[in-house]
Ligand binder design. Structure first.
Ligand code: 4AD
Ligand code: MG
Length: 465
């Protein structure tokens, strides 16, 4: 049990009797009027006013008669100055009780202070402790990632994690904005699915009542195709699952993917959509998240170059690059992470690689009419060694061809009858792609590993917290 301070108990009792909501207002005993609670990000609108901030103790320091409480409220941090002669002893002493991450509300006058981190400071007139935190497991000293990831639920409070999560939020906002502005319909795909979409080796299976096995979706694409035939252009956006046995810095078992699908688009249209999309995402982050990129010490030279048109090369040309670099790459294989790094290293923008051998790509991809050994596929490789962030293709729209692919891949035809219907009733050329949110966040933030790009990462060796 945490020992509550006298202040805290009194405060709680007061809240109980008055049935006041501590989140919206607190009483200022002197003025008897409600003190408005504001967020640190809105301080600029309240200079000169007496306001309340509710938050947690980020840091504190003392120099005799002046004490500093640094409060964080999720939107920023604020230095609050306690001057002994202006405060009752009781209030002045709350400083001693407040441990790192203790929750409290602090009231005072907002001052502009250019030397302070956020540009503002507060002259404290009152402090109410809400909860005194036990010894906090994260201190300003350097902790290893392995330690921090075990306490991810607390690590999320740190400034670096804040920066990453805000960039993630901006990326997701920009993704939705891009498609919404172009009249795409957001279409949610199911998570429980009857069959594989991206190969049978990475399926998570679960028992599904009397119906046998259900599989966690690897991609919403097949449903997106039904959507494209119904609405013309749609995007599916949701979590996807892969039982990836790989312990790399790029793989999660649960990740978020956004998948546009457009009726009547061919491979070229698809590549054009992808380059405009990437430009929009990156430029939005550069425009709206400079502070966070600075916190992350991200060099943005390469990001600034993400503009349409992006370079495009065929699989064959990519193989030539590898060979010229002295790599004994065998034509027909898929590129590994190291290969992708070498290929994309030749470019300072995201690189689109198109027309892969059919054997290394999914069953639903259309074959190139010029060369049926090739699939009308495209991958986008991020620069700076971040590897594949987008995978997509033109889809097989011919009933007979698709049925033979399903058989060749030993997929259960029955589970795909509905998908074949899309080729029975008004089939049209169509194309789409999937962008992995976490790999994109990792690249834009310049991170070592995707595990920091999602609030609670799921990997082959991690299911907690
Ligand atoms: O290339 P993938 O497997 O393509 C598809 O799933 C298609 N159905 C998409 C489509 O055409 N609608 O995956 C697409 C992207 C990858 O480029 C990568 O960014 C991400 O999803 N991705 C992963 N991200 C994190 N961890 C993993 N295990 C991932 N697997 C794929
Ligand atoms: Mg892929």
């Amino acid at each position: 049990m945490t020992k509550l301070s006298t202040d805290n108990r009194q405060h709680k009792a007061k809240l109980k009797t008055k049935n006041n909501n501590p989140k919206s207002t607190i009483r200022n005993p002197k003025s008897k009027k409600s003190m408005s609670r504001i967020y640190i990000e809105d301080l600029s609108k309240h200079v000169g006013e007496e306001v309340a901030i509710h938050g947690w103790l980020y840091n504190k320091r003392s120099s005799g008669k002046i004490r500093f409480l640094v409060v964080r409220d999720g939107t920023g941090v604020l230095q609050c100055v306690m001057v002994k002669q202006n405060l009752s002893e009781e209030i002045f002493n709350t400083f001693d009780a407040l441990t790192q991450e203790s929750s409290f509300s602090v009231t005072g006058k907002v001052k502009a202070e250019p030397r302070s981190p956020g540009g503002f400071e507060m002259e404290v007139s009152d402090v109410k402790i809400i909860h005194v935190a036990k010894e906090y497991p994260i201190t300003p000293k350097e902790h290893g990632v392995e330690y921090l990831i075990d306490i991810r639920h607390l690590w999320l409070r740190s400034s670096r994690q804040h920066a990453i999560m805000r960039v993630r939020h901006e990326i997701i906002r920009a993704i939705r904005e891009f498609f919404d502005n172009r009249g795409f319909l957001l279409m949610d795909a199911p998570i429980f699915t009857p069959a594989a979409c991206e190969g049978t080796s990475t399926l998570f299976a679960t028992d599904y009542f009397d119906l046998g096995k259900a599989y966690l979706t690897q991609s919403g694409q097949l449903y997106g195709e039904a959507g494209a035939m119904a609405f013309g252009k749609v995007y599916v956006f949701g979590p996807t699952f892969r039982a990836e046995k790989s312990k790399t810095r790029r793989h999660l078992t649960e990740f978020w993917m956004v998948e546009p699908e457009v009726a009547f688009n061919d491979l070229n249209d698809n590549m054009e959509l992808a380059e405009e999309f990437l430009e929009h995402i990156v430029q939005s982050v550069l425009k709206n998240r400079q502070t966070e990129l600075k916190t992350l010490e991200r060099n943005t030279t390469f990001l600034e170059k993400v503009k349409k048109p992006l370079p495009k090369i065929s699989y064959e040309e990519a193989v030539d690059i590898l060979r010229k670099k002295g790599n004994a790459f065998e034509y027909g294989n898929d590129f590994g992470a190291a290969d992708e790094t070498i290929i994309s290293g030749e470019f300072d923008q995201p690189l689109i690689v198109h027309r892969y051998p059919t054997e290394v790509k999914a069953f639903y991809m259309k074959r190139d009419p010029q060369n049926p050994k090739l699939a009308l596929a495209m991958d986008v490789l991020a620069p700076e060694g971040y590897g594949e962030i987008i995978g997509g293709s033109q889809r097989e729209d011919d009933y007979d061809a698709l049925l033979s692919r399903i058989k060749e891949h030993n997929l259960p035809q029955e589970a795909f009858e509905w998908y074949l219907d899309l080729r029975r009733y008004g089939s049209v050329p169509h194309a789409g792609f999937g962008l992995g949110v976490e790999r994109t966040v990792s690249w834009i933030c310049g991170l070592e590993h995707v595990r920091e790009t999602i609030p609670f990462p799921r990997m082959i060796y991690r299911l907690t917290p």
